[in-house]
Ligand binder design. Structure first.
Ligand SMILES: [Zn+2]
Length: 482
């Protein structure tokens, strides 16, 4: 019988820089309900409590999509988030949307953190050296714990080129066995924890191929895992998004093995009393923006959310505004997962920036029917590929002005059964006008006469609200699984 050690692991993932409490969607009593949740001061209170329960035996890790997603974060290139993360006392993190500021700024941000940014799979193109350290060792409760990071690998594949200037990303699949070997033999770790931003399906495949990870903290796909998932000996958890949840794993470790464990997905509920120190810091950070962000710019009659895969009420609002602004036949935006829900009632500037914090220009392009079909098929494969490693989307591309019927299970390029623009079946040679935001909406390789307009999307949304409040954005049956 060896000594037993009790450890607590706390996970935060995809909090998207939601400094303060915000609306969240829950499925309860058979339908969607909304209530406020989240905010880093409540997260600080919960983590303080866990640390008090198990002093000196707690690790707190963040899986990325943390420095980006709200107006104060974007305005400061992520800098506003740094003191918050340092107050939370994290042990390590990895990255995804953090790269939106460009690799050079992200390296600067990472250097300002009191804890390491970890990524085994991000390299400088010229030197082939890693830009972040691959792992760190924490001594906790007499145990040596190896923390390993894998950043999102889609940044140089589906996102704007400025996000990955001079750097390249791998899946981490080839590097991981070597890192595990180093940790086990050279670093003599007792446990290895993987902090991943690949996504839940991707992590499950990776862990089926690479043994040796004790715990995988999974991110990116915004899964609320109410119970841990096993892949071989690895325990996998993921804990929602927007800082509305934390994951907690309590481990009983004996002879380098996890003898027992308990898990809870903790809702960062509105009745948690915020940690005063963190709250004061956050209110100070938000103060310069509060007049601008609290401005009421319209009303919505229906709840707006991004919680559904095929189309979403929030994006239908965005696309309606794009169509009206440009007069185009079609509108597209990416199937982003971020964006806190907006409940019926007033819509504020803060709500609009949460929807699309980058505030990109409105763009237009002309697409043939053939290109339209190819673009949608490519997006469906990136969303639903039967190989998780090829899933590089968020939700299905958001579309308006067209309707398509598709089979999820079909092979790549053969899913769409029928595609209509308006009420007419799309003709391969016909040219259709389309409005979109960001190159994730319509990738660079499709279409002609691509134009960035002077209007930015936040102004367009504001104008639409001014004209049509209260707006109404229900699901429309644009994308139908058959
Ligand atoms: Zn992500």
């Amino acid at each position: 019988m060896g000594n037993k050690t009790y450890l607590s692991i706390i996970q935060m993932n995809d909090s998207h820089a939601y400094f303060d409490i915000h609306q969240e969607i829950f499925w309860e009593d058979g339908h969607a309900v909304y209530r406020p949740a989240g905010g880093y001061a409540r997260i600080a209170a919960i983590t303080k409590q866990i640390r008090a329960e198990n002093p000196g035996r707690v690790l707190f890790c963040d899986c990325g999509d943390t420095l980006h997603g709200t107006y104060p974060a974007l305005k400061t290139n992520g800098e506003a988030m740094i003191p918050v993360l340092n107050v939370l006392g994290l042990d390590a993190m990895t990255a995804h949307w953090e790269f939106a500021y460009g690799p050079d700024i992200l390296k600067k941000r990472a250097a300002e953190l009191d804890f390491p940014m970890l990524a085994i799979n991000v390299y400088d193109q010229a030197s082939n050296n890693r830009i972040f350290q691959p792992y760190t060792i924490k001594e906790v409760g007499g145990l040596r714990i190896g923390l390993v990071g894998i950043a999102s690998n889609i940044i140089d594949k589906t996102m704007p080129p400025s996000y990955s200037e001079g750097i390249k990303f791998t899946l981490g699949r080839d590097e991981l066995p070597d890192i595990i070997e180093i940790l086990q033999s050279k670093e003599r770790t007792d446990l290895i924890i993987l902090i991943s931003h690949l996504g839940f399906p991707q992590d499950m495949k990776l862990l089926s191929e690479v043994p040796g990870i004790d715990i995988c903290l999974s991110g990116h796909t915004h899964n609320r895992l109410f119970g841990p998932v096993r892949q071989g000996k690895t325990i996998v958890i993921q804990s929602g998004c927007d800082g509305s949840f934390l994951g907690r794993l309590d481990l009983e470790v004996e002879d380098k093995e996890i003898a027992d464990y308990r898990h809870s997905l903790i809702e960062v509920a509105s009745d948690v009393i915020p940690d005063p120190e963190a709250d004061a810091l956050i209110q100070r950070i938000l103060a310069p923006y509060s007049a601008e962000l609290s401005k009421v710019v319209g009303q919505t009659a229906t709840a707006l959310n991004r919680a559904t895969t095929l189309e979403s009420t929030m994006d239908n609002f965005l696309l309606q505004a794009l169509l009206e602004n440009t007069g185009a036949q079609l509108a597209f935006s990416n199937g982003w997962r971020f964006g806190a829900p907006i409940v019926p009632g007033d819509v504020t500037m803060n709500d609009l920036y949460n929807m699309i914090p980058m505030n990109p220009p409105v763009s237009t392009v002309e697409l043939t029917g053939k290109e339209l079909l190819e673009m949608l098929e490519e997006n469906l494969e990136r969303t639903f590929s039967c190989d998780p490693y090829l899933q590089m989307g968020g939700y299905v591309k958001r579309c308006l002005g067209l309707t398509f019927y598709f089979k999820i299970e079909n092979p790549s390029g053969h899913r769409i059964q029928k595609l209509f623009v308006g009420n007419e079946e799309a003709a391969p040679d016909h040219i259709y006008s389309a409005a979109f935001v960001t190159m994730q909406g319509v990738p660079q390789k499709y279409g002609r006469n691509r134009k960035d307009h002077t209007d930015r999307i936040i102004d367009v949304l504001q104008n639409y609200l001014a004209k049509h409040s209260p707006i109404d954005a229900e699901l429309r049956g644009t994308v139908v699984v058959v």
